[in-house]
Design a protein around this ligand. Structure first.
Ligand code: 0WD
Ligand code: CA
Length: 418
């Protein structure tokens, strides 16, 4: 009803006079039912080569090739080749959304959903959405997301926070080596050709990437995002992407029930330990110790708290069905593997009062997208609405023009304007 009363009119006016929009992140606020999430479908892919050059094909895709289950236990030396055969990606290079924009520019005429679809969509990296999903439970690392609206589309690109930059520049050598080890694991588990065998004798070059471009929708927000995919499983009967993709992870080997609980995020003494249940996962195979050598890590280098939450969020978004973990011992050898089906990860914490909840993650993400859609009003590729979040606080917003925050490149804006 119009003109129902002065108070109702005064409220929005008052808000306009004090425009400090913010979004709370407290998990308790987002515990509704799981929102609609469209089954992700692959629109295409691209590859980045050893020189970080873009190719509009799947040349960098690798093939899952685990050791035979009836053979000896794995014994993968993740430190092999470090640092001599390590070609790390230059982290000073700010790529923003560039590779994804190049793919989009080359395929904008063929997008399903009609010519108007892109104008209503949100375009970003999968990794940025992962950070949004885990925000209600994150207690350590904040984030900043730059947002620009251009031809209707909302683009989201992460900005490295000053704290993250400082941490990266002061990264202890042990963490640098652990990053190498994560990538080295891929070389023990993947072949270059379907049916081939892994060859871990080569170089680990983290410029190389295979990226899948996906379409989905969260609630009423159409999404177009890209994520790096570790490999495809040639054995999967339905070779349809993303159902054939496999995400590879390494994690510290666990011995005590307490360590497993922390990994899954069980509350002590509560819930059922699914590790004891047969059949749900490929079982870790025997041998936990490899003899000799100086322990690489004496005390936990990372807390494993909420680790499974991060794995879930990252693989759930693109519809990657399985995460294969290699558990490394203190000497840096992977001696056991375990498959975690993405859709079963929540079962490990379902009965845990202090566990994470996928509904909270997805509802918060939907609330953020709604917040961003209503805040980023001006359609201007040079205007950036910067969303900032630090643990313990709400998401806040500030507006900036041009450098250093503007991220849609001129080549993209010009080509799209023609
Ligand atoms: O914050 C991000 N998401 C960034 C991604 C920051 C800067 C660059 N990128 C690049 C990635 O290198 C990749 O080519 O964007 C591309 C796709 O990103 P994504 O899939 O959205 O990123 P995310 O889900 O965070 O990470 C996927 C994988 C990682 O696998 P693990 O298992 O560690 O989560 O991309 C790789 C890594 O293999 N990756 C990186 N590799 C080297 N240096 C980096 C990095 N800074 N960030 C992601
Ligand atoms: Ca990985």
């Amino acid at each position: 009803k119009r003109g129902a009363g002065k108070m109702e009119v005064a409220e929005p006016r008052n808000k306009l006079l004090h425009p400090s929009p913010s979004l709370p992140t407290d998990p308790a606020l987002y515990s509704g039912p799981f929102p609609f999430y469209r089954r992700p479908s692959e629109l295409g892919c691209f590859s980045l080569d050893a020189q970080r050059q873009y190719h509009g094909d799947a040349r960098a895709l690798r093939y899952y090739s685990p050791p035979p289950t009836n053979g000896p236990v794995p014994n993968f030396d993740l430190r092999d080749g470090y640092p001599d055969r390590y070609q790390p990606w230059d982290e000073e290079v700010r790529e923003g959304l560039d590779h994804l924009l190049r793919w989009l520019l080359e395929h904008r005429g063929q997008l399903e959903g009609g010519p108007g679809w892109l104008a209503g969509a949100i375009v970003t990296w999968r990794g940025h959405l992962t950070k949004l999903l885990t925000t209600p439970y994150e207690q350590q690392e904040g984030w900043q997301l730059a947002a620009s609206r251009f031809q209707g589309t909302l683009y989201l690109s992460e900005v490295e926070t000053p704290a993250a930059r400082a941490q990266r520049l002061a990264r202890p050598p042990i963490l640098r080596e652990l990053m190498y080890m994560g990538h080295k694991f891929e070389h023990y588990m993947c072949a270059d050709k379907p049916g081939g065998s892994p060859d871990p004798s080569g170089e680990v070059n983290t410029n190389v990437a295979f990226c899948s471009v996906l379409r989905s929708r969260l609630g009423s927000y159409p999404l177009l995002f890209s994520g790096e995919v570790d490999c495809t499983d040639p054995q999967v009967p339905s070779t349809q992407s993303p159902a054939c993709y496999v995400e590879l992870k390494t994690s510290k080997e666990m011995h005590s029930p307490g360590q497993w609980r922390n990994f899954y995020r069980f509350r002590i003494g509560v819930g059922l330990d699914l590790t004891a249940r047969k059949g749900i996962c490929g079982e870790g195979k025997g041998k936990m110790e490899s003899g000799g050598g100086v322990p690489l890590i004496r005390s936990p280098a990372f807390p494993d708290r909420h680790k499974l939450l991060k794995w879930w969020a990252q693989s759930f978004l693109p519809g990657v069905p399985n995460v294969v973990a290699g558990f490394r011992n203190p000497e840096g050898f992977v001696c056991s593997l375990k498959t975690f089906p993405t859709m079963e990860m929540f079962e490990y914490v379902r009965n845990d009062r202090d566990g994470w909840n996928p509904s909270v993650c997805m509802n918060f993400c939907a609330a953020f997208l709604s917040f961003a859609q209503s805040t980023v009003v001006e359609d201007d590729p040079r205007l950036v609405y910067l969303f900032s979040w630090e643990p313990g606080g709400p998401v806040t917003m500030s507006v900036h023009r041009d450098a250093p925050y503007a991220f849609l490149p001129t080549w993209y804006v010009e080509a799209m304007t023609q």
